[in-house]
Design a protein around this ligand. Structure first.
Ligand SMILES: Nc1ncnc2c1ncn2[C@@H]1O[C@H](COP(=O)(O)OP(=O)(O)OP(=O)(O)O)[C@@H](O)[C@H]1O
Ligand SMILES: [Mg+2]
Length: 226
């Protein structure tokens, strides 16, 4: 379970104070996927970074399976990101010249200790994502959508308890996008993961258990008709 308790985060921009997250509380039970909407600049990525212990909130707590991850020291925060969090960011973060397989296996390598075990872990995930024929291809030769799926495979490779996805379908066509959303839904439900899916795609609502909108740093139930 992932729980935000009265989380606040401001940024100073010259004279102006940007209240990116303004007293936000939200519970994401394990096995549930939340679709998070909101205009550009509304704090969605900031919220995910806080949940991933990439940056701390100014105040409030983020509980993950009973522990407040905002109080972790650097070493524990790093272990939390590796072992507990699956992160799919807005940009692909891949090592050019290395294969799709090795790029996807990198995180599992740190956790499992050998390339053999890491590759064994990640090959079936890449196959599920339709990359079975791309395993040995250098990542820079893959399409943007394929690169996004390599990132997703990496995120899923360590069987995360918390899955944080920032626009994972932004660069995909409808069919591939739907496959990724379906995969996120399946993993969330079958592996009992707490998932937050940031998206601009109203269509993603159909895959989520709940949809919310972030505006002015607080949440409202999302109202979408499509
Ligand atoms: N490190 C930072 N320093 C200063 N301002 C920041 C910082 N990070 C985020 N902000 C500001 O906080 C607000 C929220 O940013 P955030 O990236 O979370 O928005 P977002 O909802 O993810 O937008 P988008 O849909 O465009 O990705 C923005 O006004 C942004 O400029
Ligand atoms: Mg963002």
């Amino acid at each position: 379970m992932l729980e935000f308790r009265d989380v606040r985060k401001s940024f100073q921009s010259g004279e102006e104070t940007i209240r990116a997250i303004d007293g936000l509380s939200l519970t994401v039970p394990s096995g549930e996927m939340i679709a998070l909407f909101g205009p550009s600049g509304s704090g969605k990525s900031t919220l995910l970074r806080i949940a991933a212990a990439i940056e701390p909130p100014d105040s409030g707590a983020v509980m993950v399976d009973g522990q407040d991850i905002t109080t972790l020291g650097a070493r524990d925060a790093s272990a939390y990101r590796l072992r507990t969090v699956g992160w799919v960011g807005q940009q692909a973060d891949l090592i050019a010249g290395a294969s799709a397989l090795d790029n996807a296996a990198m995180k599992a390598l740190v956790v499992l200790g050998t390339w053999r075990r890491a590759r064994e872990q990640v090959v079936p995930i890449l196959q599920t994502l339709g990359l079975g024929r791309r395993l040995d291809h250098r990542v820079e030769t893959l399409s943007t959508g394929e690169q996004q799926r390599v990132m997703l495979a990496r995120a899923l490779s360590t069987e995360p308890r918390v899955l944080l996805a920032d626009e994972p379908t932004g660069n995909l066509d409808r069919r591939r996008g739907d496959e990724v959303l379906e995969l996120l839904r399946t993993i969330t439900h079958e592996h009992d993961v707490a998932t937050v899916l940031v998206t601009h795609d109203a269509h993603a609502i159909a895959f989520a258990d709940r949809a919310l909108t972030l505006e002015d740093g607080t949440l409202t139930e999302a109202i979408t008709t499509s």
